[in-house]
Design a protein around this ligand. Sequence first.
Ligand SMILES: [Ca+2]
Length: 618
Amino acid sequence: MHIKPRALAVSFILAVCAVLSFSPESSAAQPNIVFVISDDHDNEHLGFMGNEIVHTPNLDKLANSGTVFSVAHLPMSRCHPTLASFLSGRWPHQSGIYYNYGTKKLSSSNSLPGQLKKAGYATYVEGKYWEGDPREMGFTHGKGKTARTFVRKGQEDLFSFIDEVGGKKPLFIWWAPLMPHTPHNPPKKYRDLFTNVKIPVPAYISAENRETFLKKERLSFAMEAWLDDGVGQLEGKLKEKGLYENTLFVFLIDNGWCNGRPSKGSPFEKGVRTPVFFTWPGKIKGAQRFGCLTSTLDVFPTILDYAGAEIPEGIAGKSLKPIIDGKTTENREMLFGAIYPAFATKDDQRPERDIYAIYARDKRWKYIYYLQDVKASMSGKYFRIQSIATEFPARKKGDEDLYDLDVDPLELKSLGGKPGQAERMKKMRAQAIKWWKDTGGKAFDTRSPPAAAGEPQSKGGKKNRRKKKGGKNKETGDKPAEKANQVLSRHVTVAMFKGKEYRLCRGRTSRCPKTCGQSGEFAVFSVEGYLEYEKPGKYGDPMKKTFRFQVSDFDKKPLGNSPEAKVVASMKDGDYARLEWNHEYDGSMPSRPVRLVRKIGKADALKLLKEARKPGGQ
Ligand SMILES: [Ca+2]
């Protein structure tokens, strides 16, 4: 294990101070535990990680008064799988939760809140939580579907819980606001912090992406400041109740986010890396920092260890407490991960088929092996790889990346094809595959490259695409996908038509001879309010949103001849409509077919909007 000499010296001095300042009250056996889960956060956008622009004073103070593991990896780069791993202590291919949108339910057996509940904890959940009824998972208090309001609108329910139960039972708080996650709409006071701040533009940002980068970066900083303020408010509440001194804070990010590099949904460091810290005043060494390779799977047993709860057999991680306490320096020699698309095959529970990249990483080298083609046309919709102000990482099935993280921490230049690296890559590939097998992964059976199975975005749009997807998969011999699409959500809205626009495809399709041609004409609707909204397992949407419905193809030929399509195509600027559509998934690509559209007058629209905005309405 590597410990920075300077950090070690500081930790020694502070540890001595901490020992001297112990009071009898702080020796309670079970700490309150606050599990702070930041959502879609750049691992370098934290003051305690060395960023001098970001405004995260509360998190910085907590981190610096505790023990930081600065190089930790998540088991996936998207939140449903990672949150499931925090709850279960298992890899996504072990728990079955390896994508965001699916029907598989996480087992509640030996869950983190369940184990804590058994150990006497009152367990509270608020913010992002994907697993249905939180009571079944072992949460005794709180709500699991408040991601869009929790902290953004306040923490009153949580504070009432602290008032009611604090001091009577040890508390566990799953603190997971949808922040700094989109919508990036921070109040002015946070935006103002960065208005006049000079933000450096990295050399790899192209001239045409410069303004986008700066705008997005400012918004990210403001969102992170907002998140940090929420942490400060919670600290204030715990102090007011006299609970702070006996509270263990645990911090991590659920998946990465980055302006300028591919992040969420990718196998890159910006997607899978997070710092983790543990802070418990007087109990955990302050100003201690470890650069050893760590997995966030280790957080599950570490929390249970500190809580005096039973650590279940067969979990993927190991408690970090012995390292924090200086009793061992043993930790992982390598980090591994399997990366999946956002959408898996309907009702499929076959990670060995859906996995698109596997990686291995040691202190210096990062090796990635691709098991499916990753291309522009699929990157945004199917893989949902966040590539803001940057190019998506196009790779072919069988491609390999190798990065020297010592000189190239942002993985800008793959050494995959360089002579002299073949042995290293062979060894790391074998290590990655060994890890996969050792952790229960089955033999890879990944889908055919789109060139063989039918490029999802090519040849005649959705109609032909669905037909193709129904065909037999040559490589795997899989049965055709079911014809009926999976309805992810249904929407009835009041919409105002805002004109039409052409959207550019970001890569080659068979209809588009260039890599940047038009891909179709879209009717643009500003959704003003939801009359009905159904989204099982997901959160409500904001009242205002813009949607685009494709009305013609590349050659401006109308798509579909249904009455609904004709009405959408005939809408003019400022026209109002009562609009019903589904958010559907055909096993490969999400789509938004219109089910019904009725043009309505302004008076009717305003009436419906009033209904939609009534308290208790959608
Ligand atoms: Ca997330």
